[in-house]
Ligand binder design. Structure first.
Ligand code: F6P
Length: 546
């Protein structure tokens, strides 16, 4: 691994070409002004009979239809020029090689090494030693007749929660039927108290998941769990508490003897492939966990090797730049049409917004352009009955990402056909819209007969030309889910590399943590309020326990 001062400075030289200082950026600005801003999807489809073929990409396990986006091959070519000028490929190679691309923490970024087959990739011996031990342990717990375990309580937050919390329900079809999974994250008794209610210590395994083993929320909940365990007759803490952490010493001090370690080159939001994935291993077992890793690895190879114009993570990352920096779209909505993926939007919020929510470049200079969009969403069709109104007729244009799964894991094929038809209809409606003239020609049974039909038609028209991407998985399996998650990771890497930011630190969470430590004692009945602003002091007085 290169981590010397020389290599650090070489890295900066090699990888840091900020997008707004490139020729491609200027060309793209002109292109946007002269053509991009007026791009019309309906016209584009009318002009090009093979638009779908040209603008769709098959990556490992994931098919992507990009054709309902506000771009054509000319725009794509300019975006690829931008990626080249920004040194995205060089930076990608640096990441895979274990160079310290997380410059502010002087760390390599090697989540890709966690899913490389044995003997391949950096740190392979360490990675596979822990992986084998973790999966062997998971199998002993999954032997529930012997282990007696019925409930798994994962205590962790952020990257030590969101990955397993998203993957376990997503892979329900592959999960052990005798184990129930609970995820406690919030430093709020309303999270852990109802979770513990009804559990029996002898049947419960607590996984304390924390990269640092210092996070306030996780440590507080871990202590509550330990107290509950002892108070309810639990005797064998060593057997029923395990840890996933880089801080093995702190876990031992807590009283945990079974610990699965990982390394500082695994970022929290990229850690589900590491020991943090233990709940996933417990749910789906060793074979399926390895398939999850294999799916991600296939996407890693695709990202590293596929030609730029067929490289899906690269193309999606560049599309994000096009929308954020040229069209000025502020958010992106994710609509997984699979109930098992209900936590995917929350998972992606951390992945994308903690990674790319930055306002200075790698050199520390303030950025004159926008970075991470807001990422949000709900599973379809639920979202359709909540906020899709705004997506269709609101004043903001919000690109939507539909995720459809061809074959369900249940036998209710009629239901599944309805689900798919809904997803397709939404992307079609967003694109097509409906003119006032079309609306005027229709009957609307619930419309007021008292209103001028022309006014009514305006209310019932849709602007259309609203972009969406549709991703299709043949089935939601460990392999396809692994590939899908890795696709998102590399897409976030791509836009971050174009923007010239550090996608792998998260200093923005530190100030709140420090202020919380200061305010906590002030909340006490006789706490000192000196030196704090009037608003916070006033709020403390209202919130103090009597
Ligand atoms: O929210 C900040 C953060 O550091 C995340 O990046 C991380 O995933 C989370 O806290 C949890 O940290 P840890 O795993 O160290 O408890």
């Amino acid at each position: 691994m290169m981590n010397s001062p020389e290599s650090n400075s070489m890295q900066r030289e090699m990888i840091f070409h900020r997008c707004d200082r490139t020729d491609a950026w200027k060309v793209l600005q002109r292109h946007y002004e002269t053509q991009g801003r007026r791009f019309n999807l309906r016209d584009a489809f009318a002009r090009s009979a093979d638009r779908f073929e040209i603008m769709s990409v098959q990556a490992p396990e994931v098919f992507a239809d990009l054709s309902k986006n506000l771009l054509d091959t000319a725009t794509l070519q300019l975006l690829l020029d931008l990626a080249r000028e920004c040194g995205v490929e060089t930076r990608r190679a640096a990441m895979f090689a274990g160079q310290p691309v997380n410059t502010t923490e002087g760390r390599a970024v090697l989540h890709t090494a966690l899913r490389a087959p044995k003997g391949q990739g950096p740190f392979s011996d360490d990675v596979h030693r822990v992986l084998d031990a973790m999966l062997a342990y998971a199998e002993t717990v999954r032997d529930t007749a012997t282990s007696g375990i019925r409930h798994i309580v994962n205590i962790g937050i952020g990257g030590s929660d969101l990955g397993p919390q998203m993957v376990v329900p997503a892979l329900d079809a592959f999960a052990h039927r005798g184990l129930t999974f609970h995820f406690v994250s919030n430093v709020d008794g309303h999270d852990i108290v109802p979770t513990l209610r009804g559990l029996k210590p002898a049947e419960t395994l607590f996984v304390i998941a924390s990269k640092t083993f210092t996070t306030q929320e996780t440590m507080a909940n871990a202590h509550v769990a330990k107290d509950w365990f002892v108070a309810n007759g639990g005797t064998d803490t060593a057997r029923q508490f395990v840890a996933a952490t880089t801080n093995v010493k702190a876990a031992a001090e807590f009283g945990i003897t079974t610990t699965f370690g990982f390394w500082d080159w695994v970022g929290g939001r990229y850690s589900l492939w590491s020991a943090i994935g233990l709940p996933i291993g417990l749910a789906i077992g060793a074979e399926h966990f390895c398939a999850l890793l294999a799916g991600a690895h296939a996407m890693d190879r695709h990202f590293a090797e596929a030609p730029a114009h067929r490289n899906l993570p690269l193309l999606l990352g560049l599309l994000d730049v096009w929308y954020r920096n040229f069209h000025g779209f502020t958010s992106r909505s994710v609509a997984p049409y699979h109930q098992g993926l209900r936590r995917l939007p929350a998972y992606l919020q951390q992945l994308e917004m903690e990674s790319n929510g930055k306002c200075v470049d790698l050199g520390g200079e303030p950025l004159p352009f926008a970075t991470s969009p807001v990422v949000w969403g709900e599973p379809g069709t639920n979202g359709q009955h909540a906020y899709f109104q705004m997506l269709h007729q609101g004043t903001d244009v919000i690109p939507v990402e539909f995720i459809l799964v061809k074959t369900p894991a249940h036998p209710l094929h009629d239901l599944h056909a309805k689900l798919l038809a809904n997803g397709l209809a939404q992307s079609q409606a967003l694109m097509r819209g409906k003119s006032s003239a079309e609306a005027l020609g229709e009957k609307a049974s619930t419309a007021s007969a008292a209103l001028d039909p022309l006014v009514l038609a305006k209310h019932r028209s849709f602007p259309g030309n609203r972009p969406s991407t549709t991703l299709i998985l043949d089935e939601l399996t460990p392999t396809s889910l692994g590939a899908l998650i890795a696709l998102y990771e590399h897409r976030v890497f791509t836009s971050g590399a174009v923007w010239g930011i550090n996608s792998f630190d998260q200093w923005g969470v530190e100030l709140g943590k420090a202020l919380c430590a200061d305010l906590l004692p002030r909340l006490a009945k006789d706490g000192d309020l000196d030196g704090i602003d009037a608003s916070t002091a006033g709020l403390i007085q209202r919130l103090r326990a009597a």
